[in-house]
Structures are given as structure tokens and as C-alpha cells.
Design a protein around this ligand. Structure first.
Ligand code: ACM
Ligand code: ZN
Length: 760
């Protein structure tokens, strides 16, 4: 009895604390994507949990959503007239853009004006980002003082997308909803759901149950990177699929948030999982298995009548679930090997007058287009659908670059831009060695932010065909939901601003400053975002007689401290405020601190002084534009490239050329040794040269053979003790053509070289 009584007292005290407890004062706002016009006015407005709301009759069909989805943090009471209500949602037909809105917070009330429910929804997403971040966690609002503010806003593009591959790895319904929630917060409106691929079929199709019983499961999965030698597997059966009930649930969830779900059913390629379930869909009819590793596979649908019947049946079920007007039919990476050797395919080509297999692909896509058009839908496909002739009404997703998008727009077809260079969030986002394994490439936040979906070379009359852009999340290397979030966020936030905010209003520094605050909200919402704002980047600046090293973090809100003596930095180390003069070999360690708290990872850089640092260097050919490193001088800056990544500032890549590097040491110099390194990754077409030649003042001094190795780094040392000279030349022959049986066979090999160390 007395025990219960004391519990009662404790409960009462907690309640009192929360009633009288925290209050918030909001005096700055940090909104992503940045609204197009924000004006701060004098004064403020106090709000509490209980709010009187007026909802214009035009918006009565969103009534139920206001308290559940738009504003779950308040107790709402409805008022019949706007005058008395604190929150007034009014219909304003003068707002021409359907998704536009006006949000005014005055000293007496909050006003939202829009001409559609979408506009109201986006006004709420902005309002939500004005409210304290804590409420995302508490799911309720406390006494809060808001600034008076006037926001006029509308998106730049109608298509603001995020993609998710659920074939390579499968994610729960709850996770898909969490992903959609973030899209909604960022005012994104197209969810491209990549449901089928070689490694697993992920949507229930009732007419073809083996798509799920067989096609949704693979017997095991590659571990580590595709390029690892040997490739290893985990031996564990993996898979799953969304039932049609799951799909309906997700579509409803997205629809309530003004997000259209675009399903992708891949064809004719990336269909090995379907062919594993129904081998008769392939050219040979032979049994194959659901793919267990990544890549592009020869198993593609054979354009037989029963294949088209199958696809029509599948699409019928898809159409019954997805209200989206646009259906993604894939179309990318479909090898023609099977078609070239298939009697049916070759006969069909003759009969239809098709010149080559590209035209057969076009025939395939056009038939599917005709079918879907007949059902009132339109197709979108990856840019390969341009090859062999574009289907009459197809929309194009430009991924291999922007050329496909330009070509489609010039043919007056709608385009969604998603080039690998700026939109592939499966690429590394940071150069740090600790980054989780990714497919490769390098796409930092800044580069995403800088993206403009309108290609510079596009003539103005074709600009309206660019509907927008999309971030793609391919999940070969993302086994967990946490990992998906890590790769998608914050690049998705940058993308939201690319597609929403007027180009002229964008500023990366301003975005970073807002991101720092929005991160707090993401933390409250329990997203596992990557945070590289406090990671340091170093830059070397060498001239003939001096060398400086500069440090910079993405955010400059907090100071950097560093050491030069290998000791671990702390907030008591040297504070960085100007470039560091480097006179001798040095090891820099640095980190960002907020008082005593270290914010990012410790940055480390080895700088090795040698006879060549800062000397004049020329190369007979330019490095390839995709891998310029920091130019030729980067080979004489005291810094070596990353041991595991060749895409950084220090590695220079040459494709197919013999390379001659000339260095002028300024004066006759007594030589001892010359060393350098080559990168070796045959899976990525990168080969070390078989030998290197050293000339000094025009005379051949030494020719050194390189060693074969399975390591990524091939070091070379040329001994030249006793030689005196001023002008050094290194001749580095290209490896040549990639031999049969290796990836990229028949193509020219790449050469990657980093620092050239002289007498080190
Ligand atoms: C793609 O990345 N294969 C569209
Ligand atoms: Zn065939």
C-alpha cells in the first residue's frame, strides 16, 4: 500500500515538471531545402501544444492528415472562421505553382496559403523545420516562442526523386517508410523503387509464385568487394519480398505524403532472378540461379511471345497496385550475347527488319510501351533505351552521363537527370580510410550540392523537358538499413536543394551552416547520417623554395588543433589559423574541437621532403580528366597517394598512353635513388607498367623491371648512386591491351602513378 502511494507521488512530480518545464525560444531558422524567399519581421509569436485551427473548405479532404501526419505535435481544435484561429490554412488560387505556398508567422497568428494540398503539405514541412528539433523526439510541442517570418516558396523542378535498390539487399516495410518520411521532410516527391534485379525479385506476383519462392532468394552473397581476388561468399541463403499488402501499405503511406512511388520492373536485362524462376523466359531455356554477386549478367529475357505474355501479366498486377502514371521498365545494361546466339531472336530480327541487337532492344521496349500506353501509363527507362531508337513517348533517366538526357530532351522527351558523377550515393563520400566499403568512385557532398540538372549545352527550347533529378542508392555494399542511411544522408539533403531551390539562391557554405542544425533534427529522428562536417582536408602548396600545408574542415564553426610530432592532438595542441610552413619531413595530426570534445576523426598526413619537392615537372600527356590528381606537381609535393584508393588528389591516372615525366632539379645534383609507386587493380583495368626507364641529362641510366604482385601497390626503386645530373626523365610504358580472361579484356590498360621521390 505505502509502496503504491510513493509511486503516485513520483508520477505527480514528473507531470508537474513537464507542464511547467522547458520552453523554447526560436530566433533563427535553418531550413533544407532552402526556401526561395524568407523575410524576418519584427516581433514574435508564442505557441503551446493546444492550437485553434481553421482549415479552408477546399482542403477538407486532408482534414484527417493534419492531426496525424502534418501536425502530430499539437492538440488541434477546429474553428469555423479564420479570424479566431491561431493557425489558418487558406486556399489561395493566386499561388500559381501547385506545390508552392506562403507561410506567414505574425505576432497574432500563423497563416498558410496554398492552391493545393501539396502546397499545404510543404508549408507544414517548412513550419516543422522552424519548430524546435526536440519535438521530433518528444512527439509533442512545449511552450515555444517563434520569430515573425514570411516565407514564399515553390520548387524549381517538378521531379524531385530518390531511388532505392531493394534487390541487392532487402529492407523492411518500416524502413521504407522511414526513408519516405525523410523524403517528405525534404519536399521530395518521387520514390523510385528498384524492385527487381539479378540478385532478387522483391514484389509478390500472384500469377507467378515461383518469382517469389525461387526468384526472391539467393543461395549466398559475395562478401567484401567484387574486385577482391579471390571472391568470397558467405554461404547464407538471403532474400525476401514485399507482399502485395506491403506494397499497398507503402504506396498509401507515400501518397499521404504527396510522394509518387514509381516501381521499376527491369527488362530485358537484370532479369536473372526471374529467369531462375522461369527458365523458359531466357533464350536457352537452361536453368540459372539467382545471382550471388554483383555486375552485369548475360541472362536477359528472350523476346518470345510467351515472354511478352509473362511481362504483361506481371505489369497488370503492378498496375493494379501502383497508381503512378509512370512505370520504370529498366532497360539498362542488357548484354546482347544471348540474343546473338538465339535462333528465335535472329529470326525475329529478320522478320521485323531489325538491323542489329540494339534495334531488337528498341523493339522490345516499344512493345512494352505500347502495352502500357494502352493502359493509360507511360514508361521511363535508363538511357540505354535511346539505343536503337527511342520508344515514341518514353521518358529517359540519364545515368551514364548527361548525354542521354540531352539527346532525349532534344527529341522532345521528358528527362530525369541522375548521372553517376553527381547522383550516385553508393560512391564513397569521403576519402578517409575508415569509410565503410563502397562500390568505388568518389562523390563528396559538395559535388552533389553543386549539381545543376540543366546541362549547360542544352538549348533553351529543350530545358522544359528536364523534369528534375534524383539521387540513386544502389545497395550492393549496403547490407543494413543503417548503412543505407549513412550513404544517403546528407547527400540526399544536398539533392533536395538541387531540385527545390532556385539555382541563384544556392550557397554551399550556407547549406553547411544549415546542415549543422538540421543534423540535430535528424538525430532526434534517429537517422544514422554521415557527418563529415568536422573532417579535415589538407592541401599542400609548394613552390621552388617553400612549402605550406593548409587544413580545412567542411564547417568552420569550430577550431582545428594540430601536432607535428606524432603526438595525438587535443584542444591544447597548436591552434590552426594559417597555413603551416613545412621545412622537413613531417607527420601532421589534426582534429576539430569544441572545447574538449573532438568532433570529427583525427586527420593524419605524412609529408616526406626529398630532392624533388617543388621542382619543375612536365609530362608528355595530360592525365585522364577523370583522374587528374592534383596535376603533375602533385607528383613532387612530398605526399603519397592512398594505399587503397586511386581516385584521390595524389594518384594520376593515364589511359593507354606511354608516359614520359621530365623533372628539372635546377642545378646538377648528386643522385642516390629514385622511387615511385604504381597502382595495381586489374578488376578496374589498372595495371603497373612492366618496366621503368631512367634517363639523366639525356642518357639512359637504368631500366628496372617491376614485380608482378596481387597487391594494390607496386613500388619501384631505381638505384642511381653516384650519378650527377640536373634533368631527370622517367619513361613509363603503358601495360598495353588487357589480356583475354581478365575484366575489360581487349581494352587499353590504365597506368596510375603517385609521388616520385628523389634521394629520399
Ligand atoms: C544503372 O546504374 N545501371 C542504371
Ligand atoms: Zn532469344
Amino acid at each position: 500500500m505505502s509502496h503504491n502511494f510513493s509511486l503516485f507521488i513520483i508520477a505527480l512530480v514528473l507531470l508537474l515538471t513537464s507542464c511547467t518545464g522547458k520552453s523554447y525560444v526560436v530566433d533563427e531558422v535553418f531550413i533544407i531545402p532552402k526556401p526561395n524567399q524568407i523575410k524576418f519581421e519584427k516581433g514574435n509569436l508564442q505557441i503551446d501544444r493546444s492550437i485553434h485551427l481553421f482549415l479552408a473548405p477546399e482542403f477538407h479532404d486532408i482534414n484527417d492528415f493534419i492531426s496525424t501526419i502534418y501536425l502530430p505535435y499539437f492538440d488541434l481544435q477546429y474553428d469555423a472562421s479564420p479570424e479566431k484561429a491561431l493557425l489558418r490554412i487558406e486556399f489561395d488560387p493566386s499561388i500559381l505553382k501547385e506545390e508552392g505556398y506562403i507561410l506567414d508567422i505574425t505576432h497574432s497568428h500563423i497563416s498558410i496559403k496554398a492552391s493545393s494540398a501539396k502546397g499545404v503539405f510543404y508549408a507544414f514541412q517548412t513550419f516543422r523545420q522552424i519548430l524546435p528539433a526536440e519535438m521530433e523526439h518528444q512527439h509533442t510541442i512545449e511552450h515555444t516562442i517563434l520569430p515573425c517570418i514570411s516565407i514564399h516558396d515553390a520548387p524549381r523542378f517538378p521531379y524531385r526523386g530518390m531511388h532505392l535498390d531493394v534487390s541487392r539487399h532487402f529492407f523492411s516495410v518500416d524502413f521504407i517508410k522511414k526513408y519516405i518520411d525523410l523524403m517528405a521532410l525534404l519536399k521530395m516527391n518521387r520514390f523510385h523503387w528498384h524492385l527487381t534485379d539479378d540478385q532478387g525479385w522483391r514484389i509478390e506476383i500472384k500469377k507467378y509464385p515461383k518469382l517469389n519462392s525461387i526468384g526472391s532468394y539467393r543461395k549466398e552473397t559475395l562478401v567484401g568487394h567484387y574486385n577482391d581476388n579471390p571472391q568470397l561468399y558467405d554461404g547464407e541463403r538471403y532474400g525476401g519480398y514485399y507482399t502485395q499488402e506491403d506494397v499497398k501499405d507503402i504506396i498509401q503511406y507515400a501518397t499521404n505524403r504527396h510522394i509518387t512511388v514509381i516501381p521499376e520492373i527491369e527488362m530485358p536485362g537484370h532479369s536473372q532472378a526471374a529467369i531462375a524462376a522461369y527458365p523458359e523466359l531466357g533464350c536457352s531455356g537452361e536453368q540459372v540461379e539467382v545471382a550471388t554477386k554483383w555486375g552485369v549478367f548475360d541472362e536477359v529475357y528472350c523476346p518470345k511471345e510467351n515472354t511478352f505474355d509473362f511481362l504483361k501479366d506481371v505489369l497488370d498486377e503492378v498496375l493494379s497496385l501502383f497508381p503512378s502514371k509512370v512505370i520504370h521498365i529498366g532497360g539498362d545494361e542488357a548484354p546482347k550475347t544471348r540474343w546473338k546466339n538465339c535462333k528465335h531472336c535472329q529470326t525475329l530480327m529478320k522478320k521485323e527488319g531489325l538491323q542489329d541487337e540494339m534495334e531488337l532492344q528498341s523493339y522490345f521496349i516499344k512493345r512494352i510501351e505500347t502495352y502500357l500506353n494502352g493502359k493509360g501509363r507511360q514508361i521511363i527507362g535508363w538511357d540505354e533505351i535511346l539505343e536503337g531508337g527511342l520508344a515514341p513517348k518514353a521518358k529517359v533517366m540519364s545515368w551514364r552521363g548527361v548525354e542521354g538526357g540531352i539527346s532525349a530532351a532534344e527529341q522532345k522527351h521528358d528527362v530525369v537527370m541522375t548521372p553517376t558523377s553527381h547522383c550516385y550515393f553508393d560512391y564513397y563520400q569521403n576519402e578517409h580510410a575508415d569509410e565503410p566499403l563502397a562500390i568505388g568512385g568518389y562523390l563528396p557532398l559538395k559535388k552533389v550540392y553543386a549539381y545543376d540538372p540543366i546541362p549547360r549545352s542544352l538549348e533553351p527550347e529543350f530545358i522544359p523537358y528536364i523534369l528534375g533529378a534524383q539521387g540513386n542508392v544502389w545497395t550492393e555494399y549496403m547490407k543494413t538499413e543503417d548503412q543505407v542511411e549513412y550513404m544517403a544522408i546528407p547527400r540526399m539533403l544536398a539533392m533536395s536543394e538541387v531540385v527545390w531551390t532556385d539555382k541563384d539562391l544556392k550557397s554551399y557554405d550556407d547549406f553547411i551552416m544549415r546542415l549543422e542544425h538540421v543534423n540535430e533534427r535528424l538525430r532526434m529522428l534517429d537517422y544514422n547520417f554521415a557527418n563529415h562536417l568536422y573532417e579535415i582536408e589538407g592541401n599542400v602548396n609548394v613552390t621552388n623554395d617553400s612549402m605550406f600545408y593548409s587544413l580545412k574542415a567542411e564547417s568552420d564553426q569550430f577550431p582545428i588543433f594540430y601536432t607535428l610530432d606524432e603526438s595525438t592532438p587535443s584542444e591544447e595542441a597548436i591552434k590552426y589559423d594559417e597555413p603551416i610552413k613545412i621545412d622537413e619531413s613531417t607527420h601532421i595530426k589534426a582534429a576539430v574541437y569544441n572545447q574538449k570534445e573532438q568532433l570529427g576523426r583525427v586527420f593524419e598526413q605524412d609529408i616526406r621532403m626529398h630532392e624533388g619537392v617543388g621542382k619543375a615537372i612536365t609530362i608528355n600527356v595530360d592525365p585522364h580528366p577523370a583522374y587528374p590528381g592534383s596535376g603533375p606537381q602533385g607528383l613532387l609535393n612530398g605526399i603519397s597517394g592512398h594505399d587503397k584508393r586511386y581516385g584521390d588528389k595524389e594518384w594520376l591516372g593515364f589511359w593507354g598512353n606511354d608516359v614520359t615525366i621530365s623533372i628539372d632539379l635546377n642545378k646538377p645534383t648528386k643522385l642516390d635513388n629514385i622511387r615511385t609507386r604504381f597502382y595495381n587493380a586489374n578488376g578496374q583495368w589498372i595495371y603497373s607498367p612492366s618496366y621503368v626507364e631512367l634517363m639523366v641529362d639525356g642518357e639512359l641510366v637504368e631500366s628496372v623491371e617491376t614485380k608482378e604482385s596481387t597487391n594494390h601497390i607496386i613500388p619501384v626503386e631505381i638505384n642511381c648512386k653516384g650519378v650527377i645530373g640536373q634533368s631527370i626523365q622517367l619513361f613509363i610504358p603503358n601495360y598495353g591491351v588487357i589480356p583475354q580472361g581478365f575484366q575489360g579484356e581487349g581494352n587499353k590498360a590504365w597506368t596510375f602513378i603517385d609521388e616520385i621521390m628523389i634521394n629520399q
